[in-house]
Design a protein around this ligand. Sequence first.
Ligand code: COI
Length: 352
Amino acid sequence: PLIGPLQTCESRIYREKAEYANVNWDELGFALTKTDYMYVMNITEEEQKFFNGTLTRFGNIEMCPSSGILNYGQGLFEGLKAYRKEDEGILLFRPQENALRMKIGADRMCMPSPTVDQFIDAVKKTVLANKRWVPPYGRGSLYVRPLLMGTGRNLGVKPSSDYTFLVYASPVGNYHKGDLNLMVEDNVRRAIPGGTGGIKAVTNYSPVYKPLTEAKAKGFSDLLFLDASTGSNIEEGSACNIFILKGNVISTPTTHGTILPGITRKSIMEIASDFGYQVEERAIPIKEVFDAEEIFCTGTAMVVKSVASITYQGKRIEYKLGAETLAQKLHATLTGIQTGLIEDKLGWTMLI
Ligand code: COI
C-alpha cells in the first residue's frame, strides 16, 4: 500500500520548543485571526512579470476604485494549510497543486500568474513569518489564502493592466461545528457549463450567500447544488466536494468545468483506492443519495466530514456517523499524513 502505518514515537525527531501566539486554540472556528505578516507581489503593465515580492505587516491594502477586482471580479483565490507536527516542525500539504490550480484559473480569467516556484516561495515565507500562529499539533492549522487580483485602473470591460498576488494566513479550527445537515438547492445553480465553477474565481462564492443564508435560517448547515443542465445530478456544496459510498464503491461527481477540482478530493480518491475501494468519477443522480450507505464532504477548509442528513424536496434521509464510518478512517489517514504522523510515501507534504 502507498499509505504507511502510524509512526512510532521513537521515529520522530524532537526539536526545540516552539513559541506560540496567545490564542485560545481550542476555540478556533473558521474565521480570521489577524496574523503578523502578509506577502505582496505586484506586476504592472510595463513589467509583464511578477517579481520582487515582499513580506509586509498584515493590514489593509489600497487600490484604485476602478480596479478589475473591485469592478468586475477579476480575481482568484487559493486555500491550503500548514500543520504543526508532533515535534513542532511545520508541514505544508501539496502546495504545488494549489500553484498549478491558480495557473489554470489565471488563464481562464485572463490574468498572469506567479510561477509554481514563486507561489511556493511566497507561501513558505508567509507561513514562516507567522509561525507562532501555526496551532500546536492536533489543535488546528494555519490556513493560507493566496489571492490573485486585477488591481490596475480599468474602467472598461477588459483585463486589468496591473495585478497583485497577495498571501495572508489565519489559524483555523473546524469549518463546521456540529453535524453537517445538507439541503439540496433546487433553484439556484452554483455553476454553469462554460462558466467558472471549475476554478477558484472569487465570483463563484458570493452568489450562493442568498440560498445559503435561507437554508441556515431553516437549521441546515450547508447546501448541496445540482447541475445547471438537467437539475438532476449532484455537484458540490458551497465550499466542498461530495462523495457517496455504496458497497465497495466510492463515487464523486466528475470535474467537467462546473465542479472545483479539490486537492483534498484528489487526495481522498487516492487514499480510498489505496484502502481497496473502487473509486468512480461520474454523474451522480440525486436519487442515488437516498440509498447511499454514507456520504461525506471534502475540502481544504472542511477536511473530510460525514454528512448527517440530506433533505431534498421535503424528504430527509439520515446517514451513519461516528468512529465506524469510512469518512472517519479517511480523515484519520489524511490528517495523519498532513501532520507527519503517517509516513508520507507519496511526497505530499513539504517540511518548511
Ligand atoms: C477551501 O476549502 O480552502 C475553500 O476554498 C473553501 C472556502 C471557500 C472556505
